[in-house]
Design a protein around this ligand. Structure first.
Ligand SMILES: CSCCC(=O)/C(O)=C/O
Ligand SMILES: [Fe+2]
Length: 200
């Protein structure tokens, strides 16, 4: 029996459980010892991921296929750095407030890198590090947040089904249908955390 092949997506997307420290949000915040999370486990939470050719996003057949299959008709770019993002400091603060959206959050990192933190079935933070070529979908209703890493730069393609709605609903927003739907589809079915189930 050989060693199983490494998932090629892990070149650009890695995930791990976070520590509890209040240090700079842009640091990795690994636990000691490190506790990595597989991309399959992320998929159980509804978080989907792809490795794409970020140098060829304009003519990429794989991206085209994903967009067609999933109905991602809208596309724009969001560059997070003081020079390019209006109200940079306020946006950085807001991105890191724990929130959910009533639709999927789809981000394709075409340059730089950043951390998308998501809550697991037990309400623990998993840090998802997305680098150039990594694309992720966060399902509607999942609590999450975003921060730059210490390189301080990301350029992300934002995709959406139809006209985009970027509204963040800061936690708690457990009565929203999107939250209830998320729990039904990805938490209760998997026999997840009792506290989350009871609160819903
Ligand atoms: C890298 S895109 C900026 C982060 C963002 O749009 C968002 O909604 C985070 O939750
Ligand atoms: Fe978000």
């Amino acid at each position: 029996m050989g060693v199983p092949d490494k998932d090629p997506r892990e070149e650009v997307i890695q995930a791990w459980y976070m520590d509890d420290s209040d240090e700079d949000q842009r640091l990795p915040h690994h636990r000691d010892p490190k506790e990595y999370v597989s991309l399959d486990k992320l998929a159980e939470l509804g978080v989907l991921s792809w490795l794409l050719d970020a140098d060829n996003y304009e003519n990429d057949e794989e991206l085209k296929k994903i967009r067609e299959e999933r109905g991602y008709s809208y596309m724009d770019f969001c560059e997070v750095c003081p020079e390019k993002l209006p109200n940079y400091e306020e946006k950085i603060k807001n991105f890191f407030e724990e929130h959910l959206h009533t639709d999927e959050e789809i981000r394709y990192c075409v340059a730089g890198s950043g951390y998308f933190d998501v809550r697991d079935h037990n309400d623990l933070w998993i840090r998802v590090w997305v680098k150039k070529g990594g694309m992720i979908v966060l399902p509607a209703g999942i609590y999450h947040r975003f921060t730059l890493d210490t390189d301080n730069y990301i350029k992300a393609m934002r995709l959406f089904v139809g006209e985009p709605v970027w509204t963040p609903y800061n936690r708690p927003h457990d009565d929203l249908p999107a939250r209830k739907g998320y729990l039904e589809n990805f938490v209760q079915k998997k026999g997840g955390n009792q506290a989350i189930n009871a609160a819903a």
